[in-house]
Design a protein around this ligand. Structure first.
Ligand SMILES: Cc1ncc(COP(=O)(O)O)c(C=O)c1O
Length: 387
C-alpha cells in the first residue's frame, strides 16, 4: 500500500500552491487547497526514473522514443478501453497550451467556440485571448447534480466552429455518460463543430465509475475530435510540463503540429519524457489506491457537512479530487465568503466566480491532500461559518 497520509513540507520549493499564498490570498498562513496539484509525493517509480536520467551528466536536446508513445497507447487501452495508434499522439507542454494551439490551428479570428460554465477558467481565455467568440452553454444544476442543456447546445452548435469539452468536468466533478457524450458528439458531427476534449482528469475517477473518451464512441466523432490527456494530474508531475494530444484525423493533426513547430515547442523536456513513460508503465496500482484515498476524503467532507447544519453542501462527485462546495445557503456574498474563508478559517480555496457563470456562491476545495489536513480544513470551515 502506498502511504498517502504522509505530510510533506512543500514550503520553499518554488511551488505555486504554498509559496505564492501571500500573492493569491493576501496572507501566507492559509491552508492551501486551491490549485489542482496534489500534496502527495510523486510516486517512487517516477522519481527513480527522473533521478536515473538526471545522473547522466548531459541534458542536451532530446526526442521521445517509440517506448514513450507505446506507454501512452497501452495506458489508454488498459485504463479507458480505447485503441489509439502511436502516430496519432502529439506532444504538448501542457493542456492549456493545447487548448490555445487548437484554437489557433482550427479556427480564425471571430469564429465561435462553445464552453460549458462553470468551467476551468483557462477555457475562457483560450477563446477570448485569441479573439474568438465565446458561446456559453451553461450547465444546469438540478437536485444537486449538473446536466447539459442539450436544446441550447444544439442551437449554439449551428453557428459554432469548435467546442471545448471538460471530461470529466472541472470543477463540477461530473463524468459525462455514454448517452450524453454520444449526443454531444452527434450534434457536433452534424454541425461540423470540432471537439477539443480536455480529458486531463480522466484517470482520476472515483471507485465505481468509468471514464469514456468521447473519441472512442464512433469513427465519425473521432474524426472531429482532439483529445487532451496528461500524466501531470494523474501522477502529480505538473512541474514537468509534459502532456499528449491524440488526434486520429491526419488533416487536423497536421494543422496542430504546424502550430507547435512554428513555436519550436515539440522537443519537450527529457525529465518529463522519462517521468511520463514510468508513470504510464507502472502507475496503475498507485492511481487505484490514490482514488480510494481521495474517495475517503470526500466521504469525510460530506459527512462533516451533513453532521453540521447542512448549510454548505458538497456536490456529489464522480471524478477528480476537486470538491465543488455550494455556499449559497449561507446567505453571504462571494466576497464575504472569501473573506471568511481566508481571514477567519485561514483556508485558501478556489473562488467559484472565476469559473464563470454558475460559479457564484461556490468554492472549489482540493482534496488531494493527507486526511489529517482535510479533517483540519473541514473543522476550520465549520467553526468559521458557525455551522
Ligand atoms: C480541466 C483542466 N485542464 C487543464 C488543466 C491544466 O493543464 P496544464 O497544466 O497541462 O496546462 C487543468 C488544471 O487544473 C484542468 O483542470
Amino acid at each position: 500500500m502506498y502511504d498517502f497520509n504522509k505530510v510533506v513540507d512543500r514550503k520553499h520549493t518554488s511551488n505555486i500552491k504554498y509559496d505564492l499564498r501571500d500573492k493569491f490570498f493576501g496572507r501566507a498562513d492559509v491552508l492551501p487547497m486551491w490549485v489542482a496539484d496534489m500534496d502527495f509525493e510523486t510516486p517512487d517509480f517516477i522519481r527513480d526514473a527522473v533521478i536515473k536520467r538526471a545522473q547522466h551528466s548531459i541534458y542536451g536536446y532530446s526526442f521521445r522514443s517509440e517506448s514513450y508513445f507505446q506507454s501512452i497507447v497501452d495506458w489508454v487501452q488498459k485504463r479507458h478501453n480505447w485503441s489509439v495508434n502511436t502516430d496519432w499522439i502529439v506532444f504538448s507542454p501542457g493542456i492549456v497550451p493545447a487548448l490555445n494551439f487548437s484554437t489557433l490551428s482550427f479556427s480564425n479570428k471571430g469564429d465561435s467556440i462553445i464552453v460549458q460554465s462553470p468551467v476551468y477558467f483557462p477555457f475562457f481565455t483560450a477563446v477570448t485571448d485569441n479573439m474568438r467568440v465565446q458561446l456559453n452553454n451553461k450547465l444546469v444544476l438540478k437536485d444537486g447534480r449538473y446536466f447539459i442543456d442539450f436544446d441550447d447546445f444544439e442551437e449554439k452548435a449551428k453557428t459554432a466552429d469548435m467546442f471545448f469539452l471538460s471530461s470529466p468536468h472541472n470543477p463540477v466533478g461530473r463524468m459525462w455518460t455514454k448517452d450524453e457524450l454520444l449526443r454531444l458528439g452527434q450534434i457536433c458531427v452534424q454541425n461540423n463543430v470540432i471537439i477539443i476534449s480536455d480529458e486531463i482528469h480522466c484517470d482520476l475517477i472515483l471507485p465505481g465509475n468509468k471514464h469514456i473518451p468521447i473519441a472512442s464512441l464512433s469513427n465519425a466523432i473521432a474524426d472531429i475530435t482532439v483529445t487532451c490527456i496528461a500524466p501531470s494530474k494523474t501522477f502529480n508531475m505538473a512541474g514537468l510540463s509534459t502532456s499528449s494530444v491524440i488526434i486520429s484525423n491526419k488533416n487536423l493533426r497536421d494543422k496542430f503540429e504546424q502550430v507547435l513547430s512554428r513555436y519550436h515547442l515539440s522537443h519537450g523536456n527529457i525529465f518529463g519524457t522519462v517521468a511520463s513513460e514510468a508513470g504510464y508503465n507502472h502507475g496503475a496500482r498507485w492511481v487505484d489506491e490514490l482514488m480510494q484515498y481521495v474517495n475517503n476524503n470526500y466521504r469525510e467532507v460530506e459527512q462533516a457537512l451533513l453532521n453540521s447544519k447542512g448549510t454548505i453542501r458538497l456536490i456529489s462527485p464522480d471524478a477528480t479530487y476537486l470538491a465543488w462546495l455550494d455556499f449559497r445557503n449561507t446567505g453571504y456574498s462571494d466576497e464575504q465568503i472569501k473573506n471568511i474563508l481566508v481571514n477567519k478559517a485561514r483556508l485558501g480555496l478556489s473562488h467559484g466566480p472565476i469559473f464563470g457563470e454558475g460559479g457564484q456562491g461556490f468554492q472549489r476545495m482540493n482534496l488531494a491532500t493527507p486526511h489529517s489536513l482535510v479533517k483540519d480544513a473541514i473543522e476550520r470551515l465549520i467553526t468559521a461559518f458557525n455551522l
